[in-house]
Design a protein around this ligand. Sequence first.
Ligand code: DSN
Length: 480
Amino acid sequence: MLSERQSCRRFKKGRSGALREVSKRVKGHMEQETGRFVGCDEYHKGVLDALRESDPHIYDLLRAEYERLQNTIQLIAAENQCSRAVLAALGSIVQNKTTEGFAGARYHGGCAVVDDIEQLAIGRAKEAFGAKYANVQPHSGTAANQIVVTAILQRADKILSLGLDQGGHLSHGARVSFTGKFFDVENYYVDKSTFLLDYDAIRTKAIQVKPKLIICGASAYSRTIDFGMFRVIADEVGAYLLADISHIAGLIAAGAHPSSIDHAHFTTTSTYKPGGPRGGLILMGRDFQTRIRAGERQITLAEHIDKTTFPGVQGTPYLNNVAAKAVFFQETLSEQYRQRQFAIISNAQRLAGALANRGYDVLTGGTDNHMVLVNVANLRPGLTGLVAQKALEQVGLIVNMNRLPYDTKAASVTSGLRLGTPIVTKNGMGHEQMDTIAGLIDTVLRGIKTAGDIEYSLDDSLKTSVKDEVVRLSQEFPMR
Ligand code: DSN
């Protein structure tokens, strides 16, 4: 992990020349305003009113979701809460623009404004992550992975990745995903006793498998990932390295987890997990100009990823999402965002400690990131992740069951829970509230009367008292 001082230094870097150029052009766009129509602010101000009038059902459902969020506590490690500025960009008229291609090389007219939006997003993404190349067009993290994999692999080429049931991700080669269908996938595993990545075992497997691509990064792994070690292994076997940092992208941007950017050939992330809009991002560091053969030509990896994005995999980018990504990347450069990433980890460590003190089996004994993995089956015989998730939801504690490495229970019930602290931290909660939440979780899980892997009952008075406390806590720390 970078020290706070080192990561601060990164944040004091000046703006790049390209970003300054785009900023100057923004003024030019504004001078072209004619003032003959309803102003932009006025047009967008009516957005919620228009929805209420035209579709009261969806409007009411939006309100219901808002109420749900305000009266429950969000502990899903894959969720975050974007700012209202990001929401505004998402709900803007930019969503109407159709265009294919990239800024300066489009296949439709009328792109001067959206070109600048995309260039701002690219420049800010590079600045946020210390990257040399950024592609802001992927529709999601999975789409970003699909683009990279499609770019560099031929059908039936070999991928080596962390298994889904070990903490990996569907798009890293699970049988049910496109990666599992079209490529030859082998998995590496976490150590059976420590549940940690064992880099010697990964190297041995890589030498044996000789993959063309190694994928690192996880959906359920609470310890620091050594991207440098993965690159050493990839280089030794002549493989490309893809780091999917979706879960820890915010921590990396803030310097609270070591960066993958110059170790991996490709880094991908979803943009909502670190707190932005839904969408994906592809980044490259030192390898961005490495030349590869594409058909008859030699092109750079960066050009190859662009071409595989469009026309290879996607059509028109979601330009409202691109605008919202730009807003979000700017937010990640703020001191407030940076400090929050350290607080997210500190809260997760406190939550892990409070649960461990109450007798819970916290995987790996704690956490280095935003995530806490708990084996609930080891707490009480007969308790499953599914029952724990459902019982906690009844009192307003929103979590997700998770298969644990070497889980003996089926994926539909699991032995584990995965908890995350990004949203509670964003809403201002700290250590005191983590202790309270651990106590509430404990009260519910010890109070459950199980009846098989799926059915259970919870005493009404216990339910009411925990729910009241959850509502009180969530109202004390409303959505920010
Ligand atoms: N990656 C999934 C998760 O971690 O829950 C969501 O996209």
